[in-house]
Ligand binder design. Structure first.
Ligand SMILES: [Zn+2]
Length: 46
């Protein structure tokens, strides 16, 4: 099962998603908002 282990390691080592505005690290669950964090998404509406 060495291949499976390598795949898991690959996903574990994926770089964290960061906000394109402030660079803050975002959770995967915010992916639907695009590439900005909640804070910047709110500010961008002003
Ligand atoms: Zn942000």
């Amino acid at each position: 099962m060495k291949m499976l282990h390598n795949v898991l390691e690959f996903f574990k080592n994926l770089p964290a998603k960061n906000c394109s505005e402030c660079g803050q690290q975002m959770d995967e669950q915010h992916e639907c908002y695009g590439n900005k964090c909640d804070k910047c998404m709110g500010i961008s509406e002003l």
